[in-house]
Ligand binder design. Structure first.
Ligand code: NAD
Length: 519
């Protein structure tokens, strides 16, 4: 990429620079409303996965800087929680406007650091923007309850109050959407926040933080720290942090869930997935094929709601040729190039892992009816590209089935009946999403009832709910009890205070030590 793309960025060590510069700019921390350079000697290179060029350097926030970030969030809390809810909402109204204004800049940053196509990157931002829009209605979302006259002259009501300092730990695959699942809901509820973006692509979160400050979020309400395991452990262990929102792999998610629980924190942990589609013989052919291609290969398969496994009831053979034809027509190229369908995967390690799982699939009996390994993209020979790959005759004992591949690999399985297909899906440990493609209402209803997955699609390939519902993964895809955004998201970031008040002239009466009862 030779074009010099300029961006003004307070979060970088140089104010307005081309994306590629030698030496690359340093990504700063956000502490107390200031973008400050870390004193850390250790850093991670943020690499463009299409070119391997170093976009920026990410110092690992030191323990001292982390404590300063928590201190800033803690100090900002009393004033922010007492800021009228209407004023907090107004910051979100402004933020959604600024995100729209800077949509192209955000998308370009995502494509540069994460690899997805510009159009897909805009979708990443837009799905997060919808959560900001949702947070604009927080006053009604966090309403309490009131029961009058629970006893003579006594009323009881409950108030939803913020928790204090909350934290968010993000994965690489949605650099804008997932930070936006977290801090807008948390801060509009009146909390202050410590965000730890993915160490692979922190740029979008940093731009969003700049926009939040521009929108009027007071200093210290949102703070950003960087790093990997050590900073995450600091977040889990810190006594001032009350709740953690996590999205990422099971290894990290279960570790965080357990470690933070010993400190009495709330945790919502969205984790890995193996999402299945069941295709019935009566499914609408064209629409189903398009859905399978889009949901299997979109974002190079790096979506937690990617449909990575298809169970064909009645066998996959009638579908295979057409599936291969459509997958072959997809254009693999750098996300920045017009007409690209699939960009690179995030890293060389991710590419190697995907290759290994394809290899293990073929060695255990799967047919590689389309093999996307060894693809070369002219002009981007160093990129981490994997072409669309389809493995047929996959069975549930294979490693490629048991592991989340997180790449553009579609697994095809077979079942004799809907019942058998549902039992294949339900025996998988993950439960993020599942879809059925059918023209039978009876089959669809049975699927909806019997399937063990949190997000169910009926003729819909990626059933990610809009923010007035919650993102409801289940089984090994989720730990915790209150999901992200929607009503559950508000409940997660608030605690209930229940007040009982008595306003009446009290008759003179003797002291009673019996438990008060309402008669
Ligand atoms: P990851 O778990 O490697 O990283 C996520 C975060 O956890 C990062 O900020 C990272 O620094 C931190 N981390 C990683 N390992 C850690 C450890 N051992 N101890 C402490 N912290 C650690 O995940 P990723 O590769 O960035 O993202 C891909 C994964 O995220 C996939 O499994 C995908 O399914 C999942 N995901 C799930 C959802 C969902 O809503 N269920 C959404 C997006 C992604």
């Amino acid at each position: 990429l030779s074009v010099s793309i300029r961006r003004s960025a307070r979060f970088l060590s140089t104010a307005a620079e081309p994306i590629y510069r030698n030496p690359p700019p340093i990504v700063r921390n956000l502490i107390g409303g200031q973008f400050v350079e870390s004193r850390s000697k250790e850093s991670i290179d943020i690499v463009n996965p299409a070119t391997q060029e170093v976009v920026s350097k990410l110092p690992l926030t030191t323990d001292e800087e982390f404590r300063a970030a928590v201190h800033s969030a803690k100090s900002a809390f009393p004033k922010w929680r007492n800021t009228p809810i209407t004023a907090r909402q107004r910051v979100m109204f402004k933020l959604q406007e600024l995100i729209r204004r800077d949509m192209d800049k955000l998308a370009l940053n995502i494509t540069t650091e994460q690899g997805k196509t510009l159009r897909d990157a805009q979708g990443d931002v837009f799905r997060g923007l919808e959560v900001v829009e949702h947070a604009c209605g927080m006053a009604t979302l966090q309403m309490g309850e009131f029961v009058s006259n629970v006893s003579s002259g006594i009323d009881t009501y409950s108030i939803r109050e913020p928790l204090g300092v909350c934290a968010g730990i993000c994965p690489f695959n949605f650099p804008a959407m997932i930070p936006l699942w977290m801090f807008p809901m948390a801060v509009t509820c009146g909390n202050t926040f410590i965000l730890k973006p993915s160490e692979k692509d922190p740029g979008a979160a940093m731009i969003l933080a700049e926009l939040a400050l521009e929108a009027g979020l007071p200093d210290g309400v949102l703070n950003i720290v960087h790093g990997t395991n050590d900073i995450v452990n600091n977040i889990c262990d810190d006594d001032d942090i009350r709740a953690i929102s996590f999205v990422g792999s099971n290894t990290a998610g279960m570790h965080i869930y357990a470690r933070a629980a010993t400190k009495g924190k709330r945790v919502q942990s969205n984790m890995g997935a193996k999402n299945h589609a069941i295709v019935m013989p009566d499914a609408s052919i064209d629409a189903t094929l398009n859905s399978l291609i889009a949901a299997g290969f979109g974002a190079a398969g790096q979506r937690c709601m990617a449909l990575s496994t298809v169970v064909f009831v009645g066998g996959s053979r009638p579908w295979e040729d057409e599936l291969i034809k459509r997958a072959k027509a997809l254009k693999v190229n750098a996300g920045i190039e017009a007409g690209t369908d699939l960009g690179p995967v995030i890293s060389r390690q991710a590419k190697d892992r995907i290759y290994r799982l394809i290899q293990s699939g073929t060695e255990s009996g799967a047919r590689a009816v389309l093999d996307g390994r060894n693809i070369v993209v002219p002009g981007y020979e160093a990129g981490n590209f994997v072409g669309p790959t389809i493995l047929a005759d996959v069975t549930s004992d294979m490693e490629c089935y048991k592991e989340e591949i997180f790449g553009p690999v579609l697994l095809c399985m077979q079942a004799e009946s809907l019942e058998e297909a549902i039992s294949i899906v339900n025996n998988n440990k993950y439960g993020n999403g599942a879809s059925i493609f059918t023209s039978s209402g009876i089959a669809a209803r049975k699927f909806q009832n019997d399937i063990e997955a949190g997000q169910v699609g009926i003729n819909v390939p990626i059933p990610v709910p809009l923010p007035f519902f919650s993102f409801t993964g289940s089984k090994a895809s989720f730990a915790g009890d209150l999901n992200f955004y929607g009503k559950a998201g508000v409940q997660f970031y608030t605690q209930i205070k229940t007040v009982t008040q008595q306003w009446k002239d009290l008759p003179v009466q003797g002291v009673s030590l019996a438990m008060p009862t309402s008669q």
